[in-house]
Design a protein around this ligand. Structure first.
Ligand code: S3P
Length: 437
């Protein structure tokens, strides 16, 4: 059953808050902890449906995952020490969980079936199946989408693989498979994508080598038959969740908001860089290192924004932030041109189309030209429309945020999927002054 919600024009979004743990790091912490020997304590794990899908999959493969007070404890089985699951692995809405776990399953010599929800079952899997098959994974039926049945092997081949699309999920799947292959497995990425897998593999004791090439490219090599050791992981706040709060503070007049302990890994900060170019008043305070990742506090005050061009090379560092950037662009003076958004078409929904449709429903001038999205801002945004979420959490949160500063209320048809990444979004936003109900 769908759960609609309405966002109404709000006054200042102010206060000091934290956002839930980073989704990408949470998936990886559970996976690497399950592949390590001994116990790992995870503080700040994101307890949202996507991450719980990874936790359930790792448990089905023999790792133990339990809550210990505010933290999680994972007892790993060692690389090569997992056991066959008793039933189908269901990854719900999570592309990251399914693709990363395919990398793990490549090194497990059993037949396993994987499935997901209606959105996940439409998303491309060949991007991971292709390199994993080269390494030795057998895939039944020549299909690009879940449900799928695969058989891994304890005799994987190490490969050198150049990513055809800038995808951290594909990179991570190959590196995770490489843990089980004898020798060195290398992934070459033409543009840097989020590097949490490399950082965390090193943190758990794997041998990882990163070589910078020309034009920003990188070659990441993992030495296989690795031994990972249980450790203590601290998951910082998710910048992709913080993005909605940042946006709300920028467009609601009189706002002054501090979001503490946000991940500031440079492969994830494209949104902040773009906002600054748009004239946003954002200060980064208290920068520090937290268990191998840079973090800091963000202070955001309402700002008059101007439209900018966002180059395609920036896309990997803000790939999940385009819907909320497009919502912000509606309030910016002039045109915002977001280029090279082809990858948005294969997210939880076709986000390029869903974002353009949502903007149109809210009376915003927006058009798609090839793989570019162009939004023309205005001093007032009409709102008054109903937005289709299409099983996509970020579409829901982006248009609820837009509705906080639009003239007329904005209705989002279903907020159910928000639980996949940011379960307390509505209560947190409401506690800061957002009128959602
Ligand atoms: C993720 C990588 C990105 C991103 C997704 C999380 C990850 O996907 O959109 O939300 O944790 O590796 P792609 O790797 O497909 O770009």
């Amino acid at each position: 059953m769908q759960q609609p919600l309405t966002a109404r024009r709000s006054s200042a979004i102010s206060g000091r808050v934290t956002v839930p743990g980073d989704k990408s790091i949470s998936h990886r912490a559970l996976i690497l902890a399950g592949l390590a020997t001994g116990a790992t304590r995870i503080d700040g794990l994101l307890e949202a449906e996507d991450v719980l899908a990874t936790a359930r999959a790792m448990e089905a493969l023999g790792a133990s995952v339990s809550r210990e007070g505010d933290a999680f404890e994972v007892i790993g089985q060692g690389v090569g020490g997992l056991s066959p699951p008793e039933s189908v692995l269901d990854f719900g809405n999570s592309g990251t969980a399914s693709r990363l776990m395919l990398g793990v399953l490549a090194g497990c010599p059993w037949r396993v079936s994987l499935t997901g929800d209606e959105s996940l079952c439409q998303r491309p899997m060949k991007r991971v199946l292709r390199p994993l098959s080269e390494m030795g994974l057998l895939v039944e039926n020549d299909k690009d989408t879940l449900p799928l049945t695969v058989t891994g092997t304890d005799d994987l081949l190490p490969i050198v693989y150049e990513l055809p699309v800038p995808s951290a999920q594909v990179k991570s799947a190959v590196l995770l498979a490489g843990l089980n292959a004898p020798g060195k497995t290398t992934v070459i990425e033409p543009l840097p994508t989020r590097d949490h897998t490399e950082r965390m593999l090193r943190y758990f004791g794997a041998e990882i080598d990163v070589e910078a090439g020309k034009d920003n490219s990188r070659a990441i090599t993992v030495t296989g038959e690795a031994e990972l050791h249980g450790t203590h992981v601290v998951v910082p706040g998710d910048p992709s969740s913080a993005a909605f709060l940042v946006a709300a503070a920028l467009i609601c007049p009189g706002s002054d908001l501090v979001i503490a302990n946000v991940l500031l890994n440079p492969t994830r900060t494209g949104f902040l860089r773009t906002l600054r170019e748009m004239g946003a008043d954002i200060e980064i305070l208290n920068q520090r290192d937290s268990a191998g990742e840079p973090v800091g506090d963000l202070r955001v005050r309402s700002s008059a924004l101007k439209g900018v061009r966002v180059a395609p090379e920036r896309a990997p560092s803000m790939i999940d932030e385009y819907p909320i950037l497009a919502a912000l662009a509606a309030f910016a003076k002039g045109e915002t041109r977001m280029e090279g958004l082809g990858e948005l078409k294969v997210k939880e929904s076709d986000r390029l189309a869903a974002t353009a449709a949502g903007l149109a429903a809210c009376g915003v001038a927006a058009r798609i030209e090839g793989e570019d999205l162009i939004v023309t801002g205005a001093s007032t945004v009409p709102g008054g429309g109903s937005v289709e979420t299409q099983l996509d959490h970020r579409i829901a949160m982006s248009f609820l945020t837009l509705g906080l500063a639009a003239e007329d209320p904005v209705v989002v048809d279903d907020i159910g999927m928000i639980a996949t990444s940011f379960p307390n979004f509505v209560t947190l936003m409401s506690s800061l002054g957002a009128r959602l109900g």
